[in-house]
Design a protein around this ligand. Structure first.
Ligand code: ACO
Length: 335
């Protein structure tokens, strides 16, 4: 069995926040943000919007493009680090989509590498498990875990969801040509949103102390990042990983149509494409409009590039995600 990517979709919140808007709440300005990051606007969930509503919108669009009925989906992977429920967002998405046959639905947590790991997982499920139609959804609302008083981080992120439908097909001609996946827990200290240590909660957890363990309610810190270290990490590992995936696929950088990276920062996109000698016209970038949307960024950028006619059927794409964990992952796929 092979597999092919046959549909994509995306959804962003309605509330738009510009760099000028941010300069009213933290000591920053449009010039600093756009020169250092390339970001001009971001979208943030508000009102009745949730990660589930965004993910469902993106999934419907992907199913419509793929011409696959929702009842024929047999696996839903929701790649997210900011789920609506800590036990998992995917079953909520499955319910909201109205899948009649209770397909397996679970979350993948790998920050900004999540979507690529979702693609790889879909591929492995199809190869090993006989699944036919897999929805891979990348969705995040980092606005939920960002410290909105920290100018070093709050200017970078936005919320979004994107989805891809991967379908099993006969024959060996895989749409997913190769992949390369890694983690390095040593680098965890550079980027995390960790459980707070030594927190006690007298009211809710007091029985714990009676029973002999420290009462403790889970409470998480806001996203903490050493921007310089993350930058260095990304420009070091991403080109290496893509080169490895290209070699595994028997390709070179000059034979791909598009470079599609996690949309973290325009300077990271520029540094990676320069190192790989891929011209800027072949680099997909939409981060000016949305900022870093974590697991949502790659499928959102893919969807825009497909719908605008940039990415055409048969095109070969080198994609890579990188971020907290630290994690990084690349894949070469054919649209
Ligand atoms: N506006 C104005 N000034 C600012 C701002 C801001 N928003 N933020 C920081 N500054 C100031 C700092 O205080 C510092 O001032 P000082 O020189 O007086 O001390 C100066 O600007 C430089 O700050 P640095 O943090 O050194 O700036 P740097 O050039 O490293 O740029 C940035 C910061 C844009 C975050 C960069 O490090 C970066 O892009 N790193 C990669 C981050 C990234 O992409 N993370 C996402 C990973 S994906 C994931 O998993 C979430």
């Amino acid at each position: 069995k092979g597999c092919k990517l046959i549909g994509c979709g995306s959804a962003v919140p309605s509330l738009k926040i510009s760099n000028d808007d941010l300069s009213k709440v933290v000591d920053t300005n449009d010039e600093w943000i756009s020169v250092r990051t390339g970001i001009r606007n971001r979208r943030v969930i508000s009102g009745k919007e949730s990660l589930t509503t965004l993910a469902v919108k993106a999934a419907h669009k992907a199913l419509e493009m793929a011409q696959v009925d929702v009842d024929d989906v047999d696996l839903i992977l929701v790649c997210t680090s900011t789920p609506d429920d800590i036990f998992g967002c995917a079953p909520k998405v499955q319910k909201a989509l109205g899948c009649a046959r209770n397909p397996l639905a679970y979350d993948i947590t790998a920050a900004c590498s999540g979507f690529i790991l979702g693609l790889v997982s879909a591929y492995c499920h199809i190869k090993a498990g006989g699944f036919k139609n897999v929805l891979v959804i990348g969705a995040d609302a980092l606005s939920r875990i960002v410290d909105w008083t920290d100018r070093g981080t709050c200017i970078l992120f936005g919320d979004a969801a994107g989805a891809v439908l991967i379908q099993a097909c006969d024959g060996e001609d895989d749409g997913l040509l190769s992949f390369d996946v890694h983690s390095d827990g040593e680098g965890y200290r550079h980027l995390n949103a960790a459980l707070k240590e030594n927190e006690t909660d007298d009211e809710l957890g007091s029985n714990g102390s009676v029973l002999g363990f420290p009462p403790r309610q889970a409470s998480y810190s806001c996203l903490q990042m050493n921007g310089k270290e993350v930058f260095r990490f990304a420009v070091r590992v991403v080109p290496q990983s893509i080169e490895y995936s290209l070699a595994k696929a028997g390709l070179s950088a000059s034979s791909i149509d598009w470079l599609l990276l996690h949309q973290a920062n325009q300077r990271i996109l520029d540094a990676v494409s320069t190192r790989l000698q891929i011209p800027s016209e072949q680099v997909i970038s939409n981060l000016a409009n949305y900022g870093n949307t974590s697991a949502g960024s790659i499928p959102l950028a893919l969807d825009e590039a497909v719908r605008s006619g940039k990415v055409k059927p048969g095109h070969t794409i080198a994609a890579a995600g990188f971020g907290a964990g630290l994690t990084w992952a690349s894949t070469i796929f054919r649209w």
